[in-house]
Design a protein around this ligand. Structure first.
Ligand code: KG4
Ligand code: ZN
Length: 345
């Protein structure tokens, strides 16, 4: 990372291509989010029942230029002029090919415009996404990061000062939603489909386990819950699908809420930030709001569209990294596996 010197009031282009969403956004330090454009590949992958990495990469390549044009137009950037002061892109973790499409595109733009570029950690993007909202959290806070690939409780003291307090031993919570959706014969992505079906289900008909809540600690495990769902589907049949979905969602929400409460008590932090795709779940948001009210803790969420992958969070996180004096030299790779713990402050 090279020092940039003191740069003021920057405008940053953010590019997200780590998985199955292509996101491009412009964030201005003074004016906030100026424009953001997003393309979801859900229909592309739906017939395969999950993300096909090679199809994802190819689709990112097709979408990036139209989305860039849209985001720049929405942001009122003048044609011909260099529109931004820097380019931020998701450098990892994610699918290697998908990451490389965004990195190559971002690096090329930065080179053409002769502006700095910075590679952003995808989970740091999620972590900071609530700061895009008018009611933004301030450091320090506890973060619950719940996505398709991660289930993390993080003690956040400042930019890059992250201590992972709890992680999953097996499936991530979003993955558990996606696998449960498959068992219930629902489409991909599973989270929204399971949540929609659960609305028609009765609570308490299926009382699934709350994994790892009866012993101390902040670790998660969701693979056993998936097995419990499988047994329920086998014994009760497809007509019980709504009740099973409700039982599953209640078990997940309860488990996450119990661990959040425990982590808040352990750290004495008085703010909770919830981010990542599963953070869009209505029942989880309601439950955490209720629990936090009772505990006197402030809870912060991004709007649901910024819980799932998007370019705005990458532009915002990139801006913070640039302001901290970081920019990456003009070469790039991809880090499909990258622990949040490895980030420097
Ligand atoms: O953050 P994200 O868009 O991508 C990753 O970084 O993984 O999260 C995607 C995950 C998927 O597993 C999806 O099923 C889940 O978030 N998800 C939800 C909801 N919306 C998305 N899970 C539960 N309820 C939702 N409303
Ligand atoms: Zn994500």
């Amino acid at each position: 990372m090279a020092a940039l010197g003191s740069v003021k009031l920057m405008r940053v282009l953010g590019i997200e291509t780590s998985c199955d969403e292509t996101g491009v956004a412009v964030y201005d330090e003074a004016a906030g989010l100026l424009g953001h454009a997003l393309h979801s590949q859900v229909s592309l992958h739906a017939e395969w029942g999950g993300v096909v990495p090679e199809l994802a990469s190819r689709d990112h390549v097709l979408r990036l230029i139209p989305l860039l044009e849209q985001a720049l137009a929405d942001s009122g950037c003048k044609a011909g002029a260099v529109p931004v002061d820097a380019v931020a892109y998701t450098a990892g973790p994610g699918l290697a090919g998908a990451l490389l499409t965004g990195a190559a595109f971002a690096r090329s733009l930065a080179w053409t415009w002769q502006v700095p570029a910075v590679g952003v950690h995808h989970m740091e993007g999620h972590l900071l996404a609530p700061m895009l909202e008018p009611r933004a959290p301030r450091f320090p806070f506890l973060a619950l990061l719940v996505s398709g690939g991660h289930t993390l409780l993080v003690d956040v003291r400042g930019l890059g000062q992250y201590e992972v307090l709890g992680d999953t031993r097996d499936d991530a919570v979003g993955e558990a939603f996606d696998k449960t959706a498959k068992l219930l014969g629902l489409g991909y992505p599973g989270g929204p489909a399971v949540a929609a079906l659960a609305r028609d289900g009765r609570p308490g008909v299926f009382d699934f386990p709350r994994p790892m809540t009866s012993r101390p600690g902040l670790e998660f495990s969701f693979s056993g819950l998936k097995t419990a769902v499988l047994k329920a589907v086998e014994s009760a049949g497809p007509e019980a699908a709504a009740d099973i979905a409700r039982g599953f969602e209640d078990a997940v929400v309860d488990t996450l809420a119990i661990k959040c409460r425990r982590a808040l008590e352990q750290t004495s932090l008085d703010s909770l930030v919830v981010a990542g795709g599963v953070g869009a779940n209505v029942r989880l948001r309601a439950r955490l709001r209720e629990d936090c009210n009772a505990l006197g803790v402030e809870v912060y969420y991004p709007r649901p569209e910024f819980c799932t992958d998007n370019g705005a969070m990458i532009a915002y996180a990139g801006l913070q990294r640039l302001k901290a004096g970081q920019a990456d030299p003009a070469r790039f790779g991809a880090r499909p596996r990258w622990s949040l713990d490895e980030l420097a402050a």
